[in-house]
Design a binder for this molecule. Structure first.
Ligand code: AMP
Length: 116
């Protein structure tokens, strides 16, 4: 059985978060340690540890994550100025929480995709 994550606890309402959107598939909330003026995480309600564990049957949910990120970007007023969507996988990808999530970042020029 998977070890529960802080994101599962947020989804279940056991830990407080600034939740912007929730439906039967996904939950979106503000990152507790924002790396940009707008930093929102879009997370599947079921715990999937890494992108390597995604199944074909998760395709709809993954599309919903992206569609929701786009919709939130519009609501947050950053759609036209621009934003970045990121998913980190495993150690070299910089993944810290092992419950897949899509980062929505914006509100300032974000620069090159990688510093080095
Ligand atoms: P990653 O490095 O891709 O796994 O990103 C994990 C993200 O989760 C980081 O940006 C953290 O700031 C964020 N995070 C960790 N704990 C919380 C929390 N309790 N509420 C909101 N965001 C969190």
């Amino acid at each position: 059985m998977l070890k529960t994550t802080v994101f599962s606890q947020i989804i279940r309402g056991e830990i407080l978060a600034d939740i912007l959107y929730q439906d039967q598939y996904i939950t979106a909330f503000r990152d507790v340690s924002p790396k940009a003026p707008i930093h929102i995480l879009i997370v599947p309600n079921i715990q999937i540890s890494t992108l390597n564990d995604v199944l074909k049957s998760d395709t709809y949910m993954l599309g919903r994550m992206v569609m929701t990120a786009i919709s939130i970007a519009k609501n947050e007023g950053i759609a036209e100025s621009g934003y970045r969507l990121i998913m980190n996988c495993n150690k070299d990808g910089g993944q810290e929480v092992y419950h897949i999530h899509l980062h929505l970042l914006g509100g300032r020029p974000l620069g090159a995709i990688l510093d080095r």
